[in-house]
Write a protein that binds this ligand. Sequence first.
Ligand code: ARG
Length: 399
Amino acid sequence: MTQKGILAFSGGLDTSVVVKYLQEEHDMDVITVTVDVGQGDDHKKISAKAKKLGVIKHYNIDAKKEFAEKFIFPSIKANALYQKKYCLATALARPLIAEKVLEIAKKEKVSALAHGCSGKGNDQVRFDITLRSGSDLPIIAPIRDKNLDRETELKFADKHGIQIDTVAKKFSIDQNLWGRAIEGGVLENPYSEPPDDAFIWVKTKNLSDKASYLEIKFEKGIPVEVDGKKLDAVKIIEYINKKAGNAGVGIVDHIEDRVVGIKSREVYETPAATCLIEAHQDLEKMVHTKHQNKFKSLIDDEWTYLVYSGLWQDPLKNDLDGFIETSQRNVSGTVKLKMLKGSIRVVGRKSANSLYNQEIATYGTESTFDQRLAKGFVELWGMQSTEANKLQKKRSTKT
Ligand code: ARG
């Protein structure tokens, strides 16, 4: 009996090649699953493409809401920027896609799980670990297993009549609601500036001279309103992607350390993530004590590192989730962002839970802060440091 294999299918070069490979080399019937995490692709086209490749069944699953609420929102709470830059767009989507593939794998009683990840990237780590956490079925990853490169894949695609669009020929793209990653081609030289046509979400030319503003209201760490409009999770992100992208905000270009140790040059368009994390972080500073602020950034960093590294399922990540969740109880309020020609700046924030007290902070006559108390405080605060320095000086003059 022919075996059944299931494949997470995007319709791009890698996964199209994998369909053919599973059919030809593994003699498998292939079921494809496309999980909609806001990549903006046309489902009908992808489904038609899968059928054309000869799959026995194709599933399209709309997981946008789940992605926004259960994956993106926790990352906002964690101010998740890997190596201070990357908002984890791809990293957050992979465990969700793999979970959906597993659900259908069980229903369809398949004998193998497949994905189109290479052995050089992070996605193999994220897919394998999620799949392994829920199933003992073999995992087939032909691009990795056969050590395929892009040229060979393009030739293979050509030979099998697989159509690849022109952007995909120039760059390797992965996009979803939270961001668009652009890799490969000319970008592989880390010194060469990304050409304008690499960008689709963020405007790079003819930007307006007039500043635009974004007002984001948070409740317990998650955005609930933007510019006075109450919108659901998906809509809020879409709205900000559009408005901030139009103002030229959200391009990230950095050198990234991959899980497998490769350093890569990564270019992203992440307008909503840039704005929401900037605003959220600012609001936290207003409602948290300095001790909370200092400690939470350690937790945030670890959470981000685990998620980037494919360890969404690790118990430590759940433990950190617990901390982060309670830390958000007072993170409610509104942040005002100003955007101009690609720059972004917080220009205002307010919260009913604010620990900012103008009577204490002011330099004016209405101040309630008794400066005289500071003298003793400073004396004690610096006591050990000044003692250590005195001793050091004494010793060095002796020798
Ligand atoms: N470097 C990013 C990550 O590992 C984005 C990778 C996107 N590219 C891709 N082929 N999936 O999450």
